[in-house]
Design a protein around this ligand. Structure first.
Ligand code: NDP
Ligand code: MG
Length: 383
């Protein structure tokens, strides 16, 4: 029996890696639905090649211009994220969420309510609404399988142990393109410098997050939520080769690590096949030396700010995420300097109340409020 999958964010970096795998294993996977925000050209190619019956353009504006006949093999077109309930009302086994940013939360939540399993790359939704998503997933019997490489690595180790067996976990960080910078050097970093990641090829938002190390801040929060581990038991280690993705320290003195080359098609393949393990078509990594360094917290305050958000609760983690999304967008639009991202995120996170959202509606309200604060904060830094 083929696994019926939906790929959200099919035109992005994660989406393309999923499609690459499906192309090689058409006997194992059947794509029944795909989403893009507005990339019509890529969607036409995807439709011609994979013939998914259901397509959603989350940008509603495309409804006026799109023509069904452009999309050979796709019989149902949907427009606007408000169409997600109709789009998801089909027979599927696994939702793969490769949407970038908070907007990925709605389909994740809807799939959880349907009791479906989700292979999730969209870390922003976990950071913003994680406590609600996890609670509802447990109640509905829906599994969240992480795609983020560090979390996928940790997931594969942690599932073999009892919570009490684990002393602490470590997430590795490549350190990004500015690993060797001083803070003074960071101030003048340009967009083109920040988009030049040494090991991973990703979409623009995630690439900037890797340069600021906000990505690792988001990931500390993501790990805390997914694995129910407090922030003081989650460490970060800089590892430029990005081969060791995660470490789990056991109470018996052992340390278990998960290694693979930096290619997202490895964690994605694992998540698509979960709970089974199958042979990959990628060549296994070869390495001779691995390096590890302490994180320079005095240069990159991102993880300290993320921990302070976690200490306040999940309202604050949602503020952390929303402020970061606005700040990154402002940097990419040349409105603020690279290091202003830190100040904006820290200030907005500090404006949050303590405590947790009590419903998905509250998650949306807190995100909206945090964005309002963040826009006001950005105004103070306009170049
Ligand atoms: P990309 O920018 O490459 O792709 C984003 C995808 O989401 C595109 O299909 C895009 O459509 C769609 N999209 C953009 N905006 C919206 C919106 N408002 N509503 C719905 N869909 C939207 O991102 P990545 O693939 O790099 O990242 C996706 C997610 O995976 C992020 O959460 C990221 O943090 C996470 N992740 C990514 C990794 C990577 O290696 N890339 C590694 C680990 C995690 P369109 O093409 O039309 O713009
Ligand atoms: Mg990661």
């Amino acid at each position: 029996m083929k696994k019926k999958i939906i790929i959200l964010g099919a035109t992005g970096s994660i989406g393309k890696s999923v499609l690459d795998i499906v192309k090689k294993f058409k006997d194992r996977f059947d794509i029944v639905g795909v989403s893009t925000h507005q990339n019509e050209k890529s969607m036409r190619n995807i439709c011609a090649q994979f013939e998914p019956k259901n397509v959603i353009f989350t940008n509603r504006k495309l409804e006026k211009t799109s023509n069904k006949s452009y999309y050979t093999g796709c019989s149902n077109l949907y427009f606007g994220s408000e169409s997600f309930p109709d789009f998801l009302n089909i027979d599927f086994d696994l939702l793969v969420n490769g949407i970038s940013g908070f907007d990925g939360i709605l389909p994740t939540f809807l799939a959880i309510e349907m009791g479906k399993d989700i292979a999730i790359a969209n870390k922003e939704s976990i950071v913003s609404g994680g406590n609600i998503l996890i609670e509802r997933a447990l109640q509905n019997g829906s599994k969240l399988i992480p795609i983020d490489s560090e979390h996928n690595a940790l997931f594969q180790i942690i599932k073999n142990y009892n919570p009490n067996d684990i002393k602490k976990i470590t997430l590795t960080a490549s350190g990004g393109p500015f690993r060797k910078d001083t803070f003074d050097m960071l101030v003048n970093r340009k967009i083109s410098d920040a988009l030049n990641h040494p090991t991973w090829k990703m979409g623009p938002k995630n690439t900037i997050d890797s340069a600021t190390l906000m990505n690792k801040g988001l990931e500390v929060i993501e790990a805390s939520i997914l694995f129910s581990i407090p922030s003081n038991k989650i460490e970060v280690l800089v590892h430029p080769e990005s081969i060791v993705h995660g470490l789990v320290y056991l109470i018996d003195g052992g340390i278990i690590s998960y290694m693979s080359q930096p290619d997202m098609r490895i964690p994605i393949y694992n998540a698509l096949n979960f709970p089974n393990i199958y042979e990959h078509y990628l060549k296994q990594t070869e390495f001779t030396s691995l390096n590890f360094y302490e994180l320079k917290e005095e240069v990159f305050p991102s993880i300290r700010i993320a921990r302070s958000a976690l200490d306040k609760g999940f309202i604050a983690t949602s503020f952390f995420n929303a402020a970061n999304e606005i700040a990154v967008d402002s940097f990419l639009n040349e409105k603020i300097k690279f290091t202003d991202i830190f100040s904006i995120v820290e200030t907005v996170t500090g404006l949050s109340n303590n405590g947790n959202p009590k419903s998905i509606e509250e998650v949306f309200e807190y995100d909206k409020l945090a964005r309002k604060f963040a826009y006001n904060e950005v105004k103070k830094y306009i170049i």
